[in-house]
Design a protein around this ligand. Structure first.
Ligand SMILES: [Zn+2]
Length: 242
C-alpha cells in the first residue's frame, strides 16, 4: 500500500469510528427523554389503577352500609313482633306473628351473611388499594430518580458530542481533496452509514462482494464507493502491511 493510501485509509477508519461514537452518543441523549415519557405513562396507569380500586372499595362500602341499616331495622322489626307476640289476642294472630317473625329472621340471616361476605371482600379491596398506592408512589420515585440521572447525564453527553465533533472536523481536514468531496456528500446524505470497511472481499455495510480491481484502487489511494450500497470504502488494518 502506498504511503498516501496508508494515510487516507487511517483517516477514513478514524472518521468511521468517530461517526459511530457520535451516533452512539446521540442515541444515548435521545434515550433519556424517551424513558421519561414511558415512565410518565407508567405513572398515569398507576394512578388510574388506584382510582379504580378506590372506586370499587367505595361502591362496596356504600352497598354494605345500606345493608347494615336494613339489618338494623329488620332486627328492630323482629323485636317489635316478639313483643306483639306476648300480647297476641288469639291463636290466629299468634300464629301469623310467628310466621312473620320466621320470615323476617330468614331475611335478616341472609343479610347478615351478605354483610359478612362484603366485609371479607372489603379487606381484599383495602389490600388492593394499598398495593395500588404503593405502585403510584414507586412510579413517582422512579420517575424522579430517572429525571435526576438524565439531568446529570445530559451535559456530559453534550460535552462528549462537542469534543468528538471538534475531533471529527480536525480529522476531516486531513482528507485529500478528492476524498473530501465524496466523503462530505455521503456524510450529509447518510451520516454514519457513509463509510464501510472492506471485510475479507466484502463490503461490511451491505455484504456484497468487492471486486479485486476496486481493492487495488483503494491500495492506490483512489476514493471508491461500494457499487451495491454506495458507501465509501476503506481497507482494514491488515492491509497496512501490504
Ligand atoms: Zn456495500
Amino acid at each position: 500500500m502506498s504511503t498516501e493510501a496508508h494515510l487516507v485509509t487511517n483517516t477514513l477508519r478514524t472518521l468511521h469510528r468517530i461517526h459511530q461514537q457520535l451516533e452512539d452518543l446521540r442515541e444515548r441523549l435521545e434515550r433519556g427523554p424517551r424513558l421519561l415519557r414511558a415512565q410518565q405513562v407508567n405513572i398515569e396507569q398507576s394512578n388510574k389503577a388506584l382510582a379504580a380500586a378506590e372506586a370499587e372499595a367505595k361502591t362496596l362500602r356504600i352497598a354494605n352500609d345500606k345493608k347494615q341499616l336494613q339489618l338494623g331495622s329488620g332486627e328492630a322489626q323482629v323485636a317489635k313482633r316478639r313483643l306483639q307476640l306476648q300480647q297476641a289476642a288469639d291463636n290466629r294472630e299468634y300464629q301469623a306473628l310467628k310466621e312473620q317473625i320466621a320470615a323476617d329472621e330468614m331475611t335478616n340471616s341472609v343479610l347478615a351473611d351478605e354483610i359478612l361476605e362484603a366485609m371479607e371482600k372489603a379487606d381484599l379491596l383495602a389490600a388492593k388499594v394499598a398495593e395500588a398506592k404503593a405502585a403510584v408512589e414507586k412510579a413517582a420515585r422512579d420517575s424522579e430518580k430517572l429525571a435526576k440521572s438524565i439531568a446529570e447525564q445530559e451535559p456530559i453527553l453534550r460535552g462528549d458530542i462537542d469534543r468528538i465533533q471538534q475531533e471529527m472536523r480536525q480529522v476531516e481536514s486531513e482528507l485529500p481533496g478528492d476524498f473530501k468531496v465524496l466523503y462530505q456528500r455521503l456524510v450529509q446524505a447518510r451520516g454514519e452509514d457513509a463509510l464501510a470497511v472492506v471485510n475479507g472481499d466484502y463490503c461490511s455495510g451491505c455484504n456484497q462482494h468487492i471486486p479485486v480491481n476496486m481493492i487495488n484502487s483503494l491500495m492506490l489511494a483512489t476514493p471508491i464507493q461500494c457499487k451495491s450500497c454506495g458507501r465509501m470504502l476503506y481497507l482494514p488494518e491488515e492491509y497496512n502491511r501490504r
